[in-house]
Ligand binder design. Structure first.
Ligand code: ADP
Ligand code: MG
Length: 446
């Protein structure tokens, strides 16, 4: 009805036409991103006409109301649905739940079905399930905490979906603390009392409030104040509140203590790092939803190297999936290692040592280390050696004695002499300057 109301206003249609043409429309089912709308049994309008005249308004209405843009297909009510379509489609009740979920800001991928339970999250998972089964009646508030990428948001959304599937009319709001803060600021800035009361009305009406990453409100006075009142109002009315944070209430030292205390009224559930078995299970589960298979070796390689963040675990897997699709071949451990280099050992700024400089210089001039460190006095060895002396002198704390020792046991005056010669050239000769700058880039790419 809301969709139709929107369309009625948007296209300014006569009441009688509305009643005969639009009123009979019914949402039939949904398949992936398409919503099928039945024209209704005795609708005089043809599908072609509906397409031309009203489709765009209906699409817009659904988009505005749910926050998601779907394709719209009109179908005749008697249009037969094949078995395969039947398998892929959702019942009207499910469609309704999906529309509600979209309105509540819930990611359709984050459900209990797609969540892997392991020793690190078993307790939090049961607590969330209990809350989902009887919101407001078991643990209130439920406070979930743990490091980044460990599944807090996933669990919160799962609760939301579960509740909507069982009672589609529950009013659920999921917000990040950042969004909540922005709403507070926005209603304060607009200055009118009506915008503030609109904000309060919205939150007073909810049955289930989820605020993600609550640590964000620390230090924001008016947000804490507003949150405090929202919390009290809902809690005393027996409405369910679910909070997530990267820290336990105790650890949030500068959060107002009256808020901290309230968090401790309910149940605190922490999520830790997943163990190896859980990481493997998560990878297998994620792989299920793609059409790619990987050997256990590859999965084990990922699980062994990424331990403390499921988001990164997933990112690594997705990268390999994308790559394997691209090259259209099975991935080997070597390719996996290469592809995941940045994720597994992200470019740490390398410490600049005399050793590193000598290696880079050797590589740049294609003069072997052996030659650089030898007594060879030919021009194509002496110059790179002096450049190495200069760079070691400029870029490291090593003494000229130490540099001399590394460079094949030369004494410190030889080092200082070489460094000085290049330094003068560096400041007088554009070409030398460019050469040296290029080598410095190789030593320190950042
Ligand atoms: P957080 O909110 O704690 O930072 P998220 O809930 O956003 O973490 O999780 C990060 C990613 O890891 C998401 O894509 C989520 O689906 C996935 N994830 C985390 N834990 C699990 C788990 N136990 N099973 C399946 N996926 C998980
Ligand atoms: Mg999160």
């Amino acid at each position: 009805n809301k969709i139709l109301d929107y369309v009625r206003e948007a296209c300014d249609i006569e009441e009688i036409s509305f009643q005969t043409w639009l009123k009979p429309l019914e949402i039939s089912h949904q398949e992936n991103n398409t919503i099928y709308i039945s024209t209704g049994s005795d609708n005089p309008l043809s599908i072609g006409f509906l397409d031309k005249r009203y489709k765009i308004f209906i699409k817009e209405a659904i988009g505005v109301l749910t926050g998601n843009y779907y394709n719209i297909e009109f179908i005749k009510p008697e249009q037969k649905i094949t078995d395969q379509q039947e398998k892929a489609m959702h019942s009207p009740a499910q469609t309704q739940a999906m529309i509600q979920a979209a309105k509540a800001n819930l990611n359709p991928k984050y459900t209990f079905d797609t969540f892997v339970v392991g020793s690190n999250n078993r307790f939090a998972h049961s607590a969330c399930l209990a809350v989902a089964e009887s919101p407001g009646e078991s643990y209130n508030p439920l406070y979930i905490y743990g490091g980044p990428g460990l599944g807090k948001t996933h669990l919160m959304h799962s609760i939301g979906h579960f509740i909507l599937e069982h009672s589609p009319n529950t009013n659920i709001i999921y917000v990040t603390a950042e969004e909540f803060t922005n709403e507070v600021i926005e209603s304060i800035r607009s200055g009118s009392t009506s915008s503030m009361s609109k904000f309060r009305d919205k939150y007073r009406k909810v049955d289930v409030l989820m605020v993600d990453d609550i640590q964000f409100i620390i230090g924001k006075d008016s947000t804490q104040e507003e949150f405090f009142f929202t919390f009290n109002g809902l809690h005393s009315a027996g409405k369910q509140i679910i909070i997530s944070s990267d820290k336990s209430p105790k650890e949030m030292e500068t959060l107002e203590s009256r808020i901290k205390t309230r968090f401790e009224w309910g149940l605190l559930a922490d999520i830790g790092f997943p163990d190896y078995e859980t990481r493997m299970a998560i990878l297998r589960k994620k792989l299920e939803s793609s059409d790619i298979t990987f050997s256990d070796d590859i999965l084990s390689f990922i699980a062994t190297n990424i331990k403390s963040n499921v988001r990164e675990l997933e990112g690594a897997l997705n990268k390999l999936i994308a790559y394997s699709k691209l090259i259209n071949e099975d991935i080997t451990i070597e390719t996996a290692e290469k592809q995941l280099q940045n994720i597994i050992s992200p470019d740490k700024p390398k410490e600049i040592t005399a050793q590193l400089i000598i290696e880079v210089v050797s590589d740049h001039f294609q003069v072997s280390m052996e030659k650089l460190l030898s007594t060879n006095r030919s021009k194509d060895v002496v110059r790179p050696r002096q450049i190495a002396m200069f760079l070691c002198n400029e870029l490291t704390d090593s003494s000229s004695e130490a540099i001399g020792n590394l460079l094949g046991g030369r004494d410190h005056s030889t080092v200082l002499h070489g460094a000085k010669k290049i330094s003068e050239e560096y400041h007088s000769n554009e070409e030398t300057k460019n050469l040296i700058d290029t080598i410095i880039k190789k030593i320190n790419p950042n």
